[in-house]
Structure formats: C-alpha cells, structure tokens
Design a protein around this ligand. Structure first.
Ligand code: BTN
Length: 243
C-alpha cells in the first residue's frame, strides 16, 4: 500500500485532523505528521506533550474490511512497525506493553492511540496515532522515572524523517501481510509486557483487578488470573506491575 503524507509544522492534533478527514471519506493510506502539536491526545483523555521536532507525532488512516473484533490487530501492527523502525534507525529494541505502549527498560518510549468507526460489527475506518519520544530529554523533568527518548538511550539525536520513513515502510509491509491473513498476535505477544507477571489493572469506570497476566486472547484482550483462580478478560485499562 502507498501512503500519502501530509506534514504540518504545527497542528492541534494529527489524530483529530485525520479523524475529521476520515469522516469526510478520505482514502485509506492518508498519513498526517506534525512537527509539533498544541493539543496532542493520549488514551483515557490524557494529553500528549508534543514539543517541536522532538518526537514523531503521526496518524495513519486505514480501512481494512475486517470485523470490529480484529481492530486491535491494527494497534499491534503499528507497535511492531514502530519497534522495527527504532531497531533499524537507532539500534534500539523496545518491548510492547499491553495495550498500546512501547517500553524501554520499564520507561515509556512511545504510545499508540487507536480510534475506530464501525458499521454494526464491521470496521469502517481506524485512525491510528503514534507518539514516539525521539529527541526529548526527560532526565530533569517530573517524567524522568517514567518516560525516555531515543536520544537519551543512544546518546545522540535521531533524525525524524529517517525514523518516519522506516516506520511507514515497516507498517506498509506488515499491513500487506495482515490483509493476506497473517496475524500480528504471535509477534506482539512474544515480548509483551507484562505477560507472566503479577499486575494490578485499573479499568475505566470499573473495579480494579489484581492477579497474574497469563495471556492475551485472539482479540488482544489481556487475561488476568486472580488468587481465586478466576480469569478476568481486560479490554481496556492501565496496568502496573507489582514488584
Ligand atoms: C498514549 O500513550 O496514550 C497514546 C499517545 C498517542 C499520541 C499520538 S501523537 C500523534 C497522534 N496525535 C495525537 O493527538 N495523539 C497521537
């Protein structure tokens, strides 16, 4: 698939911009990148700090003819493509964390935001945003313990265009294979945090769950087994690993 790239120096949010265009019928493969965002958004109504030229802030529009139940696979494709780009361009190999982060030594390197529109149980489109910390220095900030950038890991600045191109190349190839029937679940699961660990999951609007993260199901939900042996299927939430 060919991507069409629109680049802004600054916009409110690539995600909001592309979602508006998706609603108006924009074609699959439209990609929007901004060098800075004034209203970058994360999951669970959080904001995404997007300083100029310090990160990859980019959203992609996809319209695969798939059941809604497989839409989480698109988030996995994006995570895997971002990992590949970090490996190729910076020699850094982050791990995916359920449901949508990339971690490096326990700190957040990137986050993925997936927004969907459906018609009954079929997907009409997905707008998938990637925010990757590239040249930000978090060391003297309140996020020093929780966030990290490629520059901090490698000790040198990383070129945004090279990273973006490697990401889009990897995504195009993985998406092609996905359309041909390949599931991204095994590759995503192979290094997924926090499989096998004792966790606490806070679910939006629901009670929290404590237990061991034993698996993810075919739709990408996390399976957590509590101390009574009951298995909870977690579709959304924040996971912290109990030490
Ligand atoms: C998260 O970790 O909660 C997801 C963060 C996603 C941030 C990206 S940056 C590009 C795109 N535009 C946005 O406003 N958000 C996503």
């Amino acid at each position: 698939m060919l991507f069409t790239l629109i680049q802004f120096r600054r916009t409110t949010s690539t995600q909001t911009w592309l979602r508006d265009w998706a609603r108006l019928g924009a074609r699959e493969g439209l990609v929007v990148q901004a060098l800075a965002q004034t209203a970058g958004r994360g999951r669970l109504q959080r904001s995404w700090h997007s300083p100029y030229n310090e990160g990859l802030y980019l959203s992609v529009l996809l319209r695969p003819a798939i059941p809604l139940a497989r839409a989480s696979h698109l988030t996995m494709l994006v995570s895997l493509a971002a990992i590949e780009a970090c490996q190729i361009v910076a020699g850094v190999s982050p791990a995916p964390k359920w449901p949508n982060d990339l971690l490096w030594q326990g700190r957040k390197l990137a986050g993925v935001l997936t927004e969907l529109e459906n018609q009954q149980d079929r997907l009409s489109y997905a707008v998938i945003g990637l925010g990757l910390n590239v040249n930000t220095d978090f060391s003297e900030t309140p996020l020093a313990e929780t966030a990290i950038s490629l520059q901090q890991i490698t000790g040198h600045s990383v070129k945004l265009p090279a990273l973006r191109d490697a990401y889009l190349d990897a995504l195009a190839k993985r998406y092609q294979r996905f359309l041909a029937g390949e599931s991204p679940v095994p590759a995503w699961k192979a290094r997924l945090e926090p499989l096998g660990r004792s966790v606490r999951v806070v679910q939006p609007g629901q009670t929290s769950v404590e237990g061991v993260a034993i698996d993810v199901n075919a739709a990408g939900a996390l399976l957590v087994q509590d101390s009574t042996g009951a298995i909870h299927t977690i579709w959304a939430g924040d996971v912290t690993v109990n030490s």
